[in-house]
Design a protein around this ligand. Sequence first.
Ligand code: TRP
Length: 338
Amino acid sequence: MQKRVLSGVQPTGSLHIGNWLGAIKNWVELQDTHETFVCVVDLHAITVPHDPKSLAENTISTAAIYIACGMDPKKCSIFVQSQIAAHAELCWLLNCVTPLNWMERMIQFKEKSKKQGENVSVGLLNYPILMAADILLYDADLVPVGEDQKQHLELARDIAQQRINSVFSKDGSPILKVPNPLIIKEGAKVMSLVDAKNKMSKSDPIESSRINLLDSPDIITKKIKRAKTDSIVGLEFDNPNRPEANNLLTLYSILSGQEKKAVIKECSEMGWGTFKPLLAEAAVEAIKPIQQNYQELIQDRGEIFSILNDGKAKANEVAQLTLERVYSELGFLRKSTH
Ligand code: TRP
């Protein structure tokens, strides 16, 4: 039997090159060898204030980008998180067994709540429990995520193992499968173009900090031209004092499909003024097929809805089984058991 993979991205703002290289590109490879579920995590998108006018549109567009990047509905299941009620239901069950202090020490919660000031919702605190529910519902073996999600993965493992299996299993057999993270190192972390110490992020208020997958060639070229650099002559990887050089060279290596060694040979003597147009061209070329696929697809809403409906049916089947198992092991009165 194939191992199962689950992952997702939030439908907030537009997806960028970091989402592609750090997440979606890996899913595309995994779908050939794994039973793959990918969702648009719209319930997560409302853990910070959101605009109801754009949520549905962003959800459709995010799903279309998955497909445009190569997720093939014949090989995987693509669905919308909020359309599977089991996510919210399992989240509630897990909320009730997870200690509050596990949640308060989540790094991403601390960082995000600092930014939110007075307006932090309980949902933001619970965010990682909902993510645990996403994963555990599908008995996922592997969860491909960026490095920043590692702590959330640990939490999902701890909840499954320490708070469900070891407390509620009557015969020692696991109720929930304990998932493993799949952290893809190379390119897993594309950094901001304006501050290479921070990850490229959808929520960064500085638009030029990221290259969106739907940016025009002109915008991409401008953003790269403006990207922060240093005044040192020559380019190199892995110099801790030159995070920008490392980030932009790594991007170039991935986007142009060349090994680091080849990139060093080509670029080590270059100044930024010569290198940046090269990088811009590589980025434009790499993204072009995605944009073409996207433009075609987004004009055919019926096709997208039909893909999402199929995904929903396949996801629901798996999720319901797990949810029923947990309800019944926790002692709930279920139609099927009484
Ligand atoms: N928190 C993840 C992120 O920001 C998104 C996410 C939600 C996710 N649920 C998930 C990722 C389940 C993997 C599996 O990247």
